[in-house]
Design a protein around this ligand. Sequence first.
Ligand code: ADP
Ligand code: MG
Length: 244
Amino acid sequence: MQPIVEIKGLRKSFGTHEVLKGIDLTVQPGEVVAIIGRSGSGKSTLLRCINGLEAFQEGSLTVDGKPLIHGDPNAMRALRQRVGMIFQSFNLFPHLSAGRNIMLAPGLVKRKVSSEAADQARGLLARVGLTDKFDAMPDRLSGGQQQRVAIARALAMEPAVLLCDEITSALDPELVGEVLRVVESLAEEGMTLLMVTHEMSFARKVSDRLIFMHQGRVHEMGSPDELFAAPKTPELRQFLSSLH
Ligand code: ADP
Ligand code: MG
């Protein structure tokens, strides 16, 4: 089976500060991989490299068989179409309705005809539990609803992999559950997911594989039960105990 994400020897520096020190990571179709680790360990930078937002100095990266080649606009476009990303801040366009936010990307990039895009947007809103919100403006939606629209918008591109970077961190606690339930349903439907999260019980429940990043390296990797129950390194042990 061709991996969805294949990263070999990835190194990334900002100036003289090396923040990713040789990352090897393969994600198979349908796999759900959670990334945990202290702030500053390089989790966001890794996701940003995967969707081409950050250039890196060494190593190789392919998504769905397509290599990332910086400076090659066609390769970058092909890559971005295969990768969906959701951030902590929802970044919806404030002047567009929920439905229009979702329609925008497929309309521009894939040149879908509008009625088809609207049907697709309605379907995606239903999938994230917002059937009646097509015409709602972002400022009329709760943070949890906005984040679910952002998920629907990412899905509209039919990505091969969805990258989630702490997507519940900015939400009021009572709104976290509704967003996690959507992510869980995507996992159950077979979506390939790579997610950075602070929600440890969620990571343990939903992910097939857990990665602990520490100082720019994959420090431990394994099944979530293994890592939570029996961390092998003092760094992971310390990280887990700092959470309680
Ligand atoms: P995490 O998501 O695990 O908290 P990040 O990937 O955001 O970590 O950051 C890893 C390191 O890279 C940190 O030391 C951070 O300060 C640095 N860094 C991140 N983005 C930039 C940037 N655009 N310019 C310079 N340094 C950066
Ligand atoms: Mg981060």
